[in-house]
Design a protein. Structure first.
Length: 192
């Protein structure tokens, strides 16, 4: 095979794989969305479980009074992505995203959306700091670092799918009924 043709095949396969790693909506935006049905779990319990899960996973909750009445949580979070291996990790940037969880009787919907990549650079004190530049995760090309861009998309897919599994487990959690402890008559009479 000719080297140019081989390069073209490799480029096409990397490009196609990078496009298929993340789910997109009809507008081409990266979004993870699903409506999950639950058996006999009320709106209040689902709303409470979603709130507990968001707090336990350190999301920045941005809920208004209207959202609360409608049974909806809106939260933001980010996670770092790296440019080097496991031994000498060097942060390359952060992936920011929004999570919306809306609840109704016996079902809820989650939506992970608004994905952006924030560039980081090393400052004069050798600390990695944000540059203020952003890149939408939907963009297929990253000049000069295409393979790293594909790796960031894989990392995003793995991270979000792990969060989805954790959220699904937390949403069906039924709290144990609170029981009062009864003191024995002997212990109660000793206090008096």
């Amino acid at each position: 095979m000719k080297p140019a043709f081989t390069f073209f095949l490799i480029f096409c396969s990397v490009f196609a794989y990078s496009q298929s790693v993340l789910p997109t909506d009809e507008k081409g935006k990266v979004v993870f969305i699903e409506v999950v049905k639950t058996d006999s779990l009320g709106k209040e319990l689902l709303y409470e479980n979603a709130g507990k899960w968001l707090q336990a996973n350190n999301f920045q909750i941005q809920v208004s009074a209207e959202d609360s009445i409608a049974g909806k949580w809106v939260a933001r979070q980010s996670f770092p992505v790296y440019a080097r291996g496991y031994i000498s990790k060097k942060i390359h940037g952060k992936i920011n995203y929004t999570l919306t969880v809306a609840v109704k009787e016996n079902r809820y919907r989650y939506e992970f959306s608004d994905f952006t990549f924030d560039y980081y650079k090393e400052n004069r004190n050798y600390e990695m700091v944000p540059t203020g530049k952003h890149k939408a995760l939907e963009e297929p090309q990253a000049s000069g670092w295409q393979s790293l861009w594909v790796q960031h998309k894989k990392t995003t897919s793995n991270t979000i799918n792990t969060l989805i599994g954790s959220l699904k487990t937390a949403m069906i959690d039924i709290p144990k009924p609170k029981t009062e402890t009864v003191l024995s008559k002997k212990a109660a009479s000793q206090d008096w």
